[in-house]
Design a protein around this ligand. Structure first.
Ligand SMILES: *Cc1c(COP(=O)(O)O)cnc(C)c1O
Length: 230
């Protein structure tokens, strides 16, 4: 087995243990393999051992990589999304995790209507209330949620977060718990379901799974440390 295949098997094993340790089923959590910065040939090693779902954070990189790979794969856009890229992102990716403001949601809804599609989206929440991070503030999301639900060209599937960087993965647990509580409040108030919670990365995916993540976004634990200078 090559290193990517070995790493992938290990991540899946750790996901299964985390799910079991919290009384959840292994199949309740899906793995988005974050392939950003890695060329198609490297990513193909994961495809060769059965991985089908991948995450990218830049449109341009997706434009190079996605058409070069099997069209059976499912691509998730997880990066900051600028308005002028929405149309191309919707044309290329199957899911968008990073709708991070009411303005962007409204705009994306208009683009989807224009394209005649209903893309699957998640709303990104700035759960750690960090100035440096994008995402809805919790209060803001609760206030604007009724309007977001009216945006009928977006297939709203759930919430996503990137919690503050912490030394010990266990310190991220409070943020994941807050996400679960926020989802519960929204579901109850609006009488609807938000099935997906996209949370957990290489450093903290086990804790995220224990708290209720349905999608984890794992990059470096699968593909290796990224080198941005390449
Ligand atoms: C890069 C990235 C990940 C994966 O990070 P790793 O720590 O390499 O697992 C997950 N989510 C987002 C939004 C990212 O940009």
């Amino acid at each position: 087995m090559n290193e990517v295949a070995e790493n992938l098997a290990e991540v899946k094993e750790r996901m299964a243990i985390a799910a079991q340790s919290s009384g959840r089923g292994v199949d309740e959590v899906s793995l988005v393999a974050v392939s950003k910065t890695w060329p198609a040939e490297h990513v193909q090693q994961a495809v060769d051992v059965g991985q089908r779902v991948f995450g990218e954070n830049k449109l341009q990189e997706g434009q190079e990589k996605i058409p070069a790979m099997s069209d059976e794969l499912e691509w998730h856009f997880i990066g900051g999304l600028q308005r002028n890229k929405v149309r191309k992102v919707f044309g290329l990716f199957h899911w968008v995790h990073s709708i991070d403001s009411l303005k962007l949601a409204r705009y994306a809804n208009g683009v989807a209507a224009d394209m005649g599609i209903r893309p699957k989206v998640l709303l990104q929440v700035n759960i750690g209330r960090e100035l440096s991070k994008g995402g809805f503030e919790v209060d803001e999301l609760e206030e604007s949620f009724a309007e977001i639900l009216q945006l009928e060209h977006l297939d709203l599937r759930g919430l996503m977060c990137i919690p503050p960087a912490v030394e010990n993965p266990d310190d991220a647990r409070i943020y994941f718990k807050e996400m679960v509580a926020l989802r519960a409040r929204l579901q109850e108030r609006h009488g609807m379901k938000l099935p997906e919670l996209s949370m957990g990365m290489s450093g903290d995916f086990e804790v995220a799974i224990q708290e209720g993540a349905t999608m984890v976004r794992v990059g470096s634990s699968i593909f290796g440390a990224r080198n941005y200078s390449l």
